[in-house]
Design a protein around this ligand. Structure first.
Ligand code: HSE
Length: 307
């Protein structure tokens, strides 16, 4: 195999109570990437469609992630990467993660899968480091493994795939203002009170338990964030109104998707998730901010091979 075409999905990181450790994979939004083996032993990014991003592989998350993989294996070829970018950078649904995870996934397939999906996470994280100056895995892990993922430990890296209840749907609205992850991380305090820690830990345990037992009410009660939301919500116009309105139409809970500005909500069933989409859209229709809304099942597969 000399060429592979893949769908690399968007992801929601944090999921309120799991700052830097929880993420989920979306099904209906993602980038397409074509990766080819080349004779020249280098990494090239020949084309990016849809967004203006660097073609220099040392300045592009896909290039950096692939170079990190290639530092761990001897190969006698190079790789050419073409990216059709549907996920807008700075949207909070894992744009850089989709590029980094997709690139290492494609290269690994072309090499005959010398690395496991779990091993690819560490290489993709190097791309994330370039994008946000932080080695977080809560977007690249769900993109590569699919479903919900928990980073049990960063050092050593241990990622666990978590059960995703069948009827769980995700609604995401992307108000089109750009928030850089590095800036959204800079507004967070460096320390956290014992009381807030206790609340966050209880909710994280509650959410994981709710996902395994398919207890939708417990999932909803656990969707609270003591770490990031109190500081980051001020960066997102109308955030509180969106939260109030989605609750009224039956969402289990909602919060900031990754570092924002996207806002996610979880619902039981597609019908409720679509009502939530309308309620979210209504808020931004009354403003001069453009937006996109997506309704998606949890994608249990992760990256998909198209050709
Ligand atoms: N956990 C990261 C953060 C996700 O919230 O900064 C960024 O998408």
């Amino acid at each position: 195999m000399d060429k592979i075409k893949i769908f690399s999905p968007a992801t929601v990181a944090n999921i309120s109570c799991g700052f830097d450790v929880l993420g989920l994979c979306l099904d209906t939004i993602g980038d397409e990437m074509i990766i080819r083996k080349t004779k020249e032993k280098d990494v090239r990014i020949s084309k990016i469609v849809g967004q203006i991003l660097p073609l220099d592989p040392d300045k592009n998350v896909a290039g950096v992630a692939v170079k990190s993989l290639l530092q761990n294996i001897e190969v006698d070829c190079g790789f050419d990467i073409e990216i059709h970018k549907n996920i807008k950078p700075g949207s909070g649904i894992g744009s850089s993660a989709a590029s980094a995870a997709g690139a290492v996934f494609g290269v690994n397939k072309l090499l005959g899968e010398p690395f496991s999906l779990h091993e690819l996470i560490a290489f993709a994280m190097e791309g994330e480091k370039l994008a946000s100056s932080a080695l977080h895995a809560d977007n690249v892990a769900p993109a590569l493994l699919g479903g919900f993922t928990l980073i049990r430990s960063y050092n050593p890296l241990e990622v666990i795939k978590i059960n995703a209840p069948k009827e769980l749907f995700v609604t995401v609205i992307h108000p089109q203002i750009e928030i850089k992850t590095s800036e959204a991380r800079a507004v967070l305090p460096k320390n956290m009170s014992l009381q807030k820690n206790i609340t966050q830990l209880g909710n994280l345990g509650g959410l994981i338990s709710g996902l395994y037992t398919e207890n939708y009410d417990l999932i909803g009660r656990s969707l609270h964030d003591e770490i990031a939301e109190p500081y980051r919500s001020a960066l997102i116009p109308n955030f509180d109104t969106v939260k109030e309105n989605v609750q009224k139409v039956g969402a289990l809970g909602s919060g900031i998707s990754g570092s924002g500005p996207s806002i996610f909500a979880l619902s039981k069933g597609k019908e409720t998730a679509e009502k939530v989409a309308k309620a979210m859209a209504k808020v931004y229709k009354n403003t001069n901010i453009d937006f996109d809304v997506h309704v998606s099942k949890v994608n249990s597969e992760g990256i998909k091979i198209l050709e």
